[in-house]
Design a protein. Sequence first.
Length: 199
Amino acid sequence: MKCAQCPKDAVYRCSICQRLLCLEHVRVRPVCDSCVREKKAKYALNEATRRDHKEIKRLVQLFWGEQDQLTFDKLFTVAELPAFVAKVSKEVVGFVSFAEVLDDLIIVALAVLPEYQGMRVGSNLIARVEGEARTSRKKKILVSTSNDDLPALAFYQSLGFQLYEVKPNVIAEKHGELMKGIGNLPIRDELRLRKSVNR
């Protein structure tokens, strides 16, 4: 899955024309309701198996280029965490990994293949995490994103998460350099969001 604009790997899909895009060619802009098309796909949501974790590892590399994610001052190896997966036939098209920390549950990584974005895969994976948090009697679900990832920030807020903290320069310090992200925004800060768990 290559970007429609260059040979880089695609991680997003244009919400209007459906072409696949890499991080460099994603743009954040207003879109009217008539241009938003919600496609539908039949997919199953399940707890990840050992075989699914191998596929999660591949997806983590595709989306982030590294297996470890630093979030909430903790370093996690994503493919080793509990996870839910979305599958079409036997193919993993999306996943969410999470970790329990004291009274809270942290979403460590969420990814949906570009051709399945806009089909409620991500929001249904988050709903499964919410169910897990209720079962585990957690008080809050926490998630973080980088300051450039405006689509993720909008997505989580649309599901009821609230921004409550900014950790300046955490991501830049982790990588030892200032990288360019979505829309060429510099990737510096960790934006933290939370959502109370309704019991």
